[in-house]
Design a protein around this ligand. Structure first.
Ligand SMILES: [Zn+2]
Length: 93
């Protein structure tokens, strides 16, 4: 049974036998698919969440966009009754 590993940095599936594995002091396993991911993580100190070409960034962006849309819809719902109330008061006068 082959376990498909994912790159810890970019989140892409790793081909079997063609990846680097780092073991940190706290026994956390870090799988890296390419030299690009290795340099971005260790040498440049970038975080996957803040690097646009990673899977984690895309997931984070999707959730951020959903939260924004939710906020916009809430603001629209709050604005609608106010408009209706304004129209009602306007028609009464
Ligand atoms: Zn990678």
């Amino acid at each position: 049974m082959a376990v498909i590993q994912k790159c810890t940095f970019c989140g892409s599936a790793l081909p079997q036998g063609a990846a680097k594995l780092y073991v940190r002091k706290d026994a956390k396993l870090i799988w890296l698919c390419s030299n690009k991911c290795e340099k971005n993580m260790h040498k440049l100190g970038r975080k996957p969440r803040e690097t646009p070409w990673t899977e984690e960034y895309k997931i984070e962006k999707k959730s951020r966009m959903a939260a924004q849309q939710h906020q916009h819809s809430q603001e629209a719902e709050e604005a609608k009754p106010a408009k209706k109330a304004a129209k009602k008061t306007g028609s009464k006068k």
